[in-house]
Each structure stands twice: as C-alpha cells, then as structure tokens.
Design a protein around this ligand. Structure first.
Ligand code: 5AD
Ligand code: SF4
Length: 479
C-alpha cells in the first residue's frame, strides 16, 4: 500500500468506538487476505496468556479481534503473529516473559515476516517498555492494559508503517463494548463486571498497571450474559479485582449483591461464580444472596494475605486478624457447605516468626479448601518496596515450605468431607490420563473424575462422590 492510500484510510476512519475498530478490523482483513494469497496459506495468530483470569479474558477478546481480521488461531508460537499478554504481579511472571522472548527471537530469525507483539500489565511499567525498546528490538508492537480494544488499529498501523508501534495509555475511563471475543470454552465464560482497583495494598502493583476502578453498566453486563446463555454457556465467572465494591461509582449506584440477583434470573445460566472478593467489602447482603440463590456456587475466594494484624496494617488491607476470622465464621454459619479458598503472602517486609505463626493460626482455624501461597515479591513503585526489614530469602523459603505443607495437609482432609454425597458436576473435558473418564467441576470448585465421553462436555451431571484422592474426588454418575 502506498503512503497516499494509507493516509486516506487513516483519514476516513470513524472517530467513535466501536465503529472505529470495526473499520480497522475490515482494513486489516484485506491486508491479511492479500498476504495469505501471496503465501498460499492462511495467516496464523497465537495469543499466549501470562497471569490471572482477567488476562485470560482479555486474551479471548484479543483473539476475537484477530479472527475477525482474518487470522487463523493457533496454539503454536510458530505463527505469523505472536502476542504475549503479560503479567507483572510478581517478578517471576516478568522473568518468564523475558525467557520466552529469547525463544521468539530464534523463531523470527527463521521467519522474518513474523510479527511479535507484547501487551498487558508488564507493559504499563515504563522501565519494562524501555528495556524492551533497547534490548529486544525485534518486538514490533507494544501496548498496555487500557487499549487492548485497539489491537486491529495498532496492528494495521504496524504492518503499513513497517516499524515498531508503541501505544501505552497511563489510564482510561473508557469501556468499549461490543467487540468480538473468541471464547476458550463453549460452556463457560468469564464476564468482566469492573476494571481496575482502588485498594492500593502496599505490596501490589495492580492499581498502577490496571488503573482506577471502573464498573460496567449493569444493563451491558446482563445483555452480555443473556447473549452467552443463548450461545450455550451455562456457567459465568464474574471478574473484577474487587467485585464487592462493584457499582459504587456508577451514576446510579447498584450493589454487587443486586447484580448477582439479576444475573441469576437469566434463563439458561445454571451457575454463577465470581472473583476476587476483598474481605473489607464483603456485605451481609452478599452472604444472604449466596445463601438463598442455588445458582451461585458455594465457593468464596477470600484473600487473607497475612494472619498478623500488624502486617495486615502495613499491607493496608483495612481488616485485622479478628475481623477476618469473624467474617469467615459468619459465612460458615450462614452457608455451611461453603468452600473457602485464599491467597497468602509469606515474607512481607518486617514479618517476624510471631507474625508468620499468626498466619499459620488462621490457616488452621479457617481450614481452607485450598490456598495459593506466594513468596513476597518486591515491586518497584509500591510502598512496600521502600520498607525497611526486607526478610532474608532463606528465612522466607523455610516459612513458605512450612505454610505449604500445612495448607496441603488441611486441603487433603477437607477434600474428604463430601465422600458419599451426590453433587452436580459440570463436565469440562475428557481425562487425558484415563480414557473413558471425564473431568468435572463441582460447585465448590473441586474437581471430580467419573466415567463419560466427549458428548458429556458442557453438561451438568449428577455424580456420587465415591473416593477422595487428596485434591479431587472420584465418582460414579447418576445422570
Ligand atoms: N508479592 C507476592 N504476592 C503478591 N500478590 C500480589 N502482589 C504480590 C507481591 N508483590 C499476590 C496476592 C494476590 C495475588 C493475586 O497475588 O496474594 O491476592
Ligand atoms: Fe492479573 Fe495482576 Fe498479573 Fe495483571 S498483574 S495479569 S491484573 S495478576
């Protein structure tokens, strides 16, 4: 394409979204078709996700845009377009990306036409972008978390201009609806209900890379859930950094509990999950809705982070050990079959043996179904990174191993409690280790293996749990 033509295409682009992106998806499609005619094969695109469910959901949107623009989705990094959707919550997430980039460079040396792109949380850190620009010059396109909806426009520009395109937004109040998404599973889907985070836990980089809290309009959420149900989805996972504060900043404020009630009314949706809940905002209204609505799964992910009130204060978590324990007691009293899971950080600056023992104490009292345990990772720019008394690595490692052992012992015990019961499982896939078996997920998020075949996938099946195998059950089907 010559410069004049390129200039005309940019000039003619609609200013409003999503019309602008629809336009660029069409423009990109023409380029992709032309290239594919020349090479005599379809052009492939691979999107790899690092990080959380929020990122996984973003990747579905990115792949949706690419497919609409004529690319064929591929799992392989030996593709014409490779996009890494990055995470920066802990340093090991960053290191994984740098490691994989070396591998991509080799692939690009063999296929110079390949386009390499990076987006997501890591790219919201100026020092990372600087490093990529100077030391990873083979990266062709860089964008962040706030403008993923612009992928078609940015990629179109990159191809036409033939040099690297970098577009990072510091923040946004914009939520662009109605762009395509390529769902990974036909029967379940994540649904964003809010973006960003206002909590500023002192260890956490998320508020800096995902920006301020913005809730989606409830009508838009309901419309999306209805469309998913019409498309065969039976389970939705409502996504947000802190779902309990959903709706507080809307022009007409609504509570998360009332949103749940409305979603439960959507015909065809059989199961509702959500994540993540901050203990400080978990309302009695929410506990009541969970108790009364059978469609809401009996599972609550309630990050503890630390059991020491002193450390919780330094973490800016706004609750103490006693309040957290009282909250879990109240939830268990109202919903006796609830499954509680959590996130715990070991080795926050200044953590003493006594502080760590407080964490172990909460773990023993709450008896989580499972817990994600993390070694504290220093994130530049967060208040905790500047705190004195960073705990020595060897001390943290010993505590981490002790915690992990305790958590695993308790989960194995908790995971025997439903043996003999009949529960509903959503068949999610065939078991790759054992032919003739299906892997299903119970409402409490624990997996169960039972006989079945591919035709069961996506169905809700009654399963009698016959045996516990530590972290999952074996079962026989009754439907
Ligand atoms: N170091 C270690 N773990 C962290 N998390 C967030 N930030 C850090 C950090 N700097 C953990 C928290 C959070 C989960 C998503 O990641 O436990 O709940
Ligand atoms: Fe998710 Fe946080 Fe990682 Fe971003 S940095 S992908 S929000 S866990």
């Amino acid at each position: 394409m010559n410069n004049q033509e390129y200039g005309r295409i940019l000039r003619d682009a609609p200013a409003e979204e999503p019309a602008r992106q629809q336009y660029f998806m069409n423009q990109l499609k023409q380029l992709v078709e032309e290239k594919s005619r020349k090479t005599g094969r379809p052009l492939t695109a691979c999107v790899q996700t690092f990080g959380c469910q929020m990122n996984a959901k973003d990747s579905e949107k990115l792949l949706g845009i690419l497919e609409r623009a004529g690319f064929q989705a591929s799992e392989s990094e030996q593709s014409d377009f490779v996009l890494y959707n990055t995470c920066t919550v802990r340093d090991n997430a960053n290191q994984r990306v740098y490691g994989r980039l070396g591998y991509l460079h080799n692939l690009k040396n063999k296929n110079p036409g390949m386009i390499i792109a990076l987006c997501g949380c890591m790219m919201q850190e100026p020092s990372v972008v600087e490093k990529i620009e100077t030391s990873y010059r083979f990266v062709d396109l860089i964008f962040g978390t706030h403008n993923i909806f612009k992928l078609a426009e940015l990629l179109f520009m990159q191809i036409c201009e033939g040099h690297r395109v970098v577009d990072i937004w510091k923040g946004t109040d914009k939520i662009v609806e109605e762009l395509p998404a390529q769902r990974k599973y036909p029967f379940k889907s994540g649904v964003n209900i809010m973006y960003g985070c206002n909590n500023f836990c002192s260890y956490c980089i998320v508020p800096y890379v995902r920006g301020r809290e913005r809730s989606r309009d409830p009508e838009d959420i309901i419309k999306e859930v209805e469309a998913l149900a019409a498309d065969g989805v039976v389970e939705v996972m409502l996504l947000g950094q802190n779902v309990n504060s959903y709706g507080k900043t809307l022009a007409h404020p609504v509570s998360f509990a009332s949103l749940l009630r409305r979603i439960a009314e959507v015909k065809g949706i059989e199961r509702i999950r959500f994540m993540t809940s901050h203990p400080k905002d978990l309302s009695d209204e929410l506990i009541g809705v969970m108790r009364d609505c059978p469609k809401i799964c009996r599972h609550l992910h309630l990050p503890l982070q630390s059991g020491s009130s002193r450390i919780l204060k330094l973490m800016n978590r706004v609750y103490d050990k006693e309040q957290y324990l009282a909250l879990t007691e109240k939830i268990k009293a109202e919903i006796p079959d609830i499954s509680l899971t959590t996130d715990i950080i070991v080795g926050f600056p200044g953590e003493t043996e006594e502080d760590f023992e407080e964490t172990m104490d909460v773990v023993r009292r709450v008896r989580y179904d499972s817990a994600f345990t993390f070694i504290y990772s220093k994130r530049t720019g967060t208040p905790a990174a500047a705190m004195a008394d960073q705990v020595p690595e060897d001390v943290v490692k010993v505590r981490f191993d002790r915690l992990l052992k305790e958590v695993q012992k308790i989960s194995a015990e908790v995971c025997t409690k439903d043996v003999g019961k009949t529960m509903t499982a959503l068949a999610e896939g065939t078991d790759s280790h054992e032919p003739g078996m299906i892997t299903g997920r119970l409402g409490n998020n624990i997996m169960v293996h039972f006989p079945g075949d591919a035709s069961d996938i996506g169905k809700l099946i009654q399963v009698k749990l016959t045996e516990s195998r530590g972290f999952y059950y074996m079962g026989v089907r009754l439907s």
